[in-house]
Ligand binder design. Structure first.
Ligand code: GLV
Ligand code: MN
Ligand code: MN
Length: 405
């Protein structure tokens, strides 16, 4: 099966009229992992999983004791997501190993196609969950206690037969990695604008995820005079707009409030309690510091002015992740042998490469996203570009195999 056919099969898992819902350890996400495992076995690969449901499919190398080169991405989606973000890089990793088989290529290093668990942070509030645990950036036991949107802990979800670990798969041991490669859709407009099919990522922007909790005072919407209210949603709204202004003022920074829970959520009840997510990103960490500092000032003002309590908790801070120059050069050589042009492009989106970049030489290849769209059901990449990306990835594996220890 080529990558287009594999993506068609994956796209049906979790699909509904508004997009794809395939959050970590839900039944459709488990079906996607099972499909990955069956494809990998059909290609003669040795499939393993680890304690947080990362999946690995290994093609042996020729050099004794060589550490593996990992090649992968993720199978989970954002709510009402599209068919390419993550799934492409996972399907393409398996296809690239098939390409090596067809060409009769033997690599010195073992190559492992990887499906990282829970990159999006859609159900459990930690982005790049599986790759962070694998890279040792988050302690596994602590992560297992994280509570998802539905009140279920990660440990409980992993044990559930409908959504949890795959049965009968051996556990992978060891975390040694010679290098990491990830192929992904660009999720922005730059490559399409340049009329190019391939990009080599320069660096992934720094990002932070925070949670704000606003506690006010509930009451009757018709009887409590405006001057006597402590409306949690009114206060939250001031913070959302202040964040937007702070990111605009910094320039080259973005801020998003994408999720908000309002209680008691009644038309005629003053909101008592609001919890909302904050996602801020920039290539320049100083700008994130400045946005957080502004937020802290505004919180102090709103707290005093409106008589509400506001708590701010940062649960994820990732510094900007430069890609490894020697691997970028290796990918450039690989693409040049294909007689294709490419551009060096930054990534505003986060990727599992942020985690692996902390422990091993790491690089990424991008293919264009039509209209620059992503994290929406309409995201699309032309079949020709999807196929070219697999070729580039297979060629890059061969080059990287030569340059890493
Ligand atoms: C993942 O796609 C992210 O950038 O948040
Ligand atoms: Mn992704
Ligand atoms: Mn994504």
């Amino acid at each position: 099966m080529n990558v287009v056919e594999r993506l068609e099969a994956l796209r049906t898992l979790g699909a509904h009229e508004r997009g794809i819902d395939r959050a970590l350890l839900t039944p459709p996400e488990r079906r996607a992992r099972a499909l990955f495992a069956s494809w990998a076995r059909a290609s003669g690969l040795h499939v393993t999983q680890d304690g947080v449901s990362n999946l690995f499919a290994r093609r042996d190398g020729t050099r004794a004791n060589a550490q593996p080169i990992l090649v992968g991405s993720h199978l989970d989606t954002v709510p009402t997501g599209g068919a390419y973000d993550g799934a492409y890089g996972v399907a393409a990793a398996l296809c690239a190993l098939d390409v090596l088989d067809v060409r009769g290529v033997r690599t010195a290093h073992p190559i492992e196609a990887v499906a990282w668990a829970g990159e999006e942070g859609s159900r459990f509030p930690l982005g790049c969950l599986g790759s962070s645990v694998f890279a040792g950036l988050n302690d596994e036991r602590t992560v297992l206690e994280i509570v998802g949107d539905d009140g279920v802990t990660l440990a409980q979800a992993l044990a559930s037969p409908e959504g949890g670990l795959l049965e009968g798969l051996p556990m992978r041991t060891g975390r040694d990695v010679a290098a990491y490669l990830e192929l992904h859709v660009e999720q922005g407009p730059v490559l399409e604008d340049l009329g190019l099919s391939l990009g080599i990522v320069t660096a992934i922007a720094a990002q932070r995820r925070l949670r704000a909790t606003v506690t006010g005072r509930s009451g009757h919407a018709g009887t409590v005079p405006m001057a006597m209210r402590a409306d949690a949603l009114g206060a939250a709204s001031e913070l959302v707009l202040a964040l937007e202004r702070a990111a605009r003022e910094q320039g080259d920074a973005v801020a998003t409030v994408g999720r908000m829970l309002v209680e008691p959520n009644g038309t005629n009840v003053i909101p008592a309690h609001v919890v909302f997510s904050i996602d801020i990103r920039s290539p320049d960490e100083a700008k994130l510091d400045a946005i957080e500092a502004r937020l802290t000032e505004v919180i102090a003002r709103v707290r005093k002015g409106r008589g509400v309590e506001i708590e701010l908790e940062a649960f994820e801070r990732r510094s900007s992740t430069p890609m490894t120059p020697a691997l970028r050069d290796a990918i450039a050589r690989a693409i040049t042998t294909q007689c294709e042009a490419y551009a060096d492009v930054p990534s505003g989106a986060g990727h599992d490469a942020m985690s692996l970049g902390k422990i091993a030489p790491t690089a990424m290849i991008f293919v264009p996203s039509t209209g620059g769209q992503s994290h929406v059901s309409e995201e699309r990449t032309a079949d020709r570009d999807l196929l070219l990306g697999v070729e580039a990835l297979a060629n890059a594996i061969v080059e990287v195999d030569r340059v890493v220890d």
